[in-house]
Design a protein around this ligand. Structure first.
Ligand code: ZN
Length: 429
C-alpha cells in the first residue's frame, strides 16, 4: 500500500504513515477518516513533530499525467497517481455545441456575410482541451499540498535535451544506449525519423543508430548525419555510401537527405501545454526542477523499472534517488468534469424527452456523490456503496459494483466522498 496522509487535530501536516499504522489508529479511535481519495486520516489530538518535505514529480502527457510524491532522502515513493484527462471529451462537446448553434443561427435567417477575425485572444490562451489538462494538474497540486508537505517540484518539460545532443560522441557504447547523451540522441532520432527504419520503413523492431555518410568514409557524429535503421538494413548498407546504397530509389534518397538537414529546433520538442504548466508550477513559489524525456528514460532503465505513468513521473529530473517502490499502488484518477447545465435532455435523435431540475442538490446530496446506504426495511434491504444519481423526490439510484439499485431513499444514505469532478480506482502494484 501506498502510505496514508495524516493531519493533526489542528489540520497541521504530518509525515505520511504506513496503512497498517493508520488502521490501528482508526481502530483505537485515535483518528478519523478525513478524506477517502487520496486516503487521509485526521488525529484527534494535536501533534507537533518535524515533518520531512517531499518532492512532487510530474510527467504530463496528452491522455494521462503521472504524479508521484518522492522522499528524496530515502528514495521512497510515498504517493503515486495517474491522472486521466478529458481533453477529447471537451473537444467533442465544443464541436457539438458549435454545430448546434450554427444550425440554429442559419435556420430561418437571411444570408449574412461571415464575419471573422473579430475576436481577440488573451496572451497565453490555450485551447480549452489543453487548458483543462493544465487546470487538472493545478487542482491536484493544490489538493496534495493540503495533505503533505511539498518542498520542491520536478516536471518533465521537453522530450530531449538539446544541449546534451549538440555534439554527441556516438561511440560503441552509445549504440546500446549507454550514456545519458545516448538516450537523448536516441529519443530525438526516434521522433525525427518517425520511429521506423529510414530505409525500409519497418516499425516496432529494435532500431540502431546509423551514420548516413559512413564513418569509415569520413562521416561525422553530428546529429544531422545520424538516422535509425533496422539491423537488416544496417548490415546491408554497411560502409556503403548512401548514394550507392539507394541508387535504385532516387526519390527516397532525396527525401532522406532533406529530412537529415532539418534543424534541431524541431516542433516536436516544444509543447505549449508543458510550458503553460511550468508557469503554474513556478507560481507556487517552490523550486521547480525541469527534466527531459531522455533523462526520465535513462533513470527508469538504470533502475530496471517498468514503463507506466507514475513511475515515469518518479524518474523525472536529475534529483531522482534510487527509488523504493515496494507495495506502491497508484491511485487512478479520472477527470469527469462537473456535469451539464442542460435541464431539457433529449433522446438520441435530438427530441426532448425528459427534464432535469434546476437545482443540483437534493436533501444534501448531488449526483456523483459516493454514498453508503443501509436499507433495513422494504424490497431493497441491504447495504450498498456506490455513486448516486439524485432525484428531486428523494428516491435515489445507486450504481454499485454489482449493478444499479433503484429507488433508495435519501434517508438511508450517508456520504463517503462528495463529488469533486473526478472518479477514482486503485491500480495494480
Ligand atoms: Zn530496414
Amino acid at each position: 500500500m501506498s502510505k496514508v496522509f495524516v493531519l493533526d487535530a489542528e489540520n497541521r501536516l504530518l509525515n505520511p504513515i504506513h496503512s497498517a499504522q493508520a488502521r490501528q489508529l482508526l481502530r483505537n479511535k485515535k483518528a478519523a477518516i478525513y478524506r477517502r481519495f487520496p486516503f487521509t486520516i485526521i488525529l484527534k489530538e494535536s501533534h507537533l513533530s518535524p515533518v520531512q518535505p517531499l518532492r512532487l514529480k510530474l510527467d504530463p502527457g496528452a491522455k494521462a499525467t503521472g504524479i508521484a510524491l518522492v522522499n528524496d532522502a530515502t528514495g521512497e515513493v510515498v504517493f503515486a497517481a495517474e491522472l486521466k484527462h478529458r481533453g477529447f471529451t471537451i473537444r467533442d462537446a465544443l464541436t457539438s455545441r458549435r454545430q448546434l448553434r450554427r444550425g440554429r443561427r442559419t435556420r430561418k435567417t437571411r444570408y449574412r456575410k461571415p464575419r471573422f477575425l473579430n475576436r481577440t485572444r488573451l496572451e497565453g490562451w490555450l485551447a480549452p482541451s489543453l487548458q483543462s489538462r493544465v487546470d487538472n494538474i493545478k487542482t491536484w497540486i493544490n489538493r496534495l499540498s493540503k495533505l503533505a508537505l511539498i518542498g520542491a517540484i520536478s516536471q518533465e518539460l521537453v522530450r530531449f535535451d538539446m544541449q546534451l545532443m549538440r555534439n554527441p560522441e556516438i561511440e560503441g557504447k552509445e549504440y546500446q544506449q549507454g550514456t545519458l547523451a545516448g538516450y537523448e540522441t536516441r529519443e530525438y532520432l526516434l521522433e525525427k525519423w518517425n520511429r521506423q527504419c529510414t530505409y525500409c520503413g519497418v516499425k516496432d523492431v529494435p532500431l540502431q543508430i546509423e551514420h548516413i555518410h559512413p564513418k569509415a568514409k569520413g562521416g561525422s557524429n553530428s546529429i544531422t548525419n545520424l538516422t535509425l535503421s533496422c539491423e537488416k538494413c544496417n548490415l546491408k548498407k554497411g560502409t556503403n555510401d548512401i548514394r550507392d546504397f539507394l541508387k535504385k530509389d532516387p526519390n527516397k534518397l532525396q527525401k532522406i537527405l532533406l529530412q537529415a538537414k532539418k534543424p534541431l529546433a524541431d516542433a516536436a520538442a516544444v509543447n505549449t501545454t508543458r510550458y503553460a504548466l511550468l508557469e503554474v508550477l513556478k507560481a507556487t513559489g517552490l523550486t521547480v526542477e525541469c527534466g527531459s524525456g531522455g533523462l526520465t528514460k535513462f533513470n527508469r532503465n538504470n533502475q530496471n523499472l517498468p514503463k507506466n505513468h507514475w513511475l515515469d513521473a518518479a524518474c523525472v529530473g536529475k534529483s531522482t534517488p534510487f527509488l523504493v517502490i515496494k507495495g506502491v499502488k497508484p491511485l487512478l484518477i479520472t477527470a469527469n468534469g462537473h456535469g451539464t447545465r442542460q435541464s431539457c435532455r433529449t433522446d438520441k435523435y435530438g427530441f426532448p424527452n425528459r427534464h432535469c431540475s434546476r437545482t443540483k442538490f437534493h436533501f444534501g446530496f448531488q449526483t456523483g456523490d459516493i454514498v453508503k446506504a443501509v436499507v433495513k426495511t422494504g424490497k431493497t434491504v441491504g447495504e450498498y456503496i456506490g455513486r448516486i444519481a439524485t432525484r428531486a423526490t428523494g428516491s435515489f439510484n445507486i450504481s454499485t459494483r454489482n449493478g444499479l439499485v433503484q429507488g433508495i431513499s435519501h434517508k438511508y444514505c450517508s456520504a463517503i466522498h462528495k463529488k469533486d469532478g473526478y472518479s477514482y480506482a486503485l491500480g495494480k502494484i
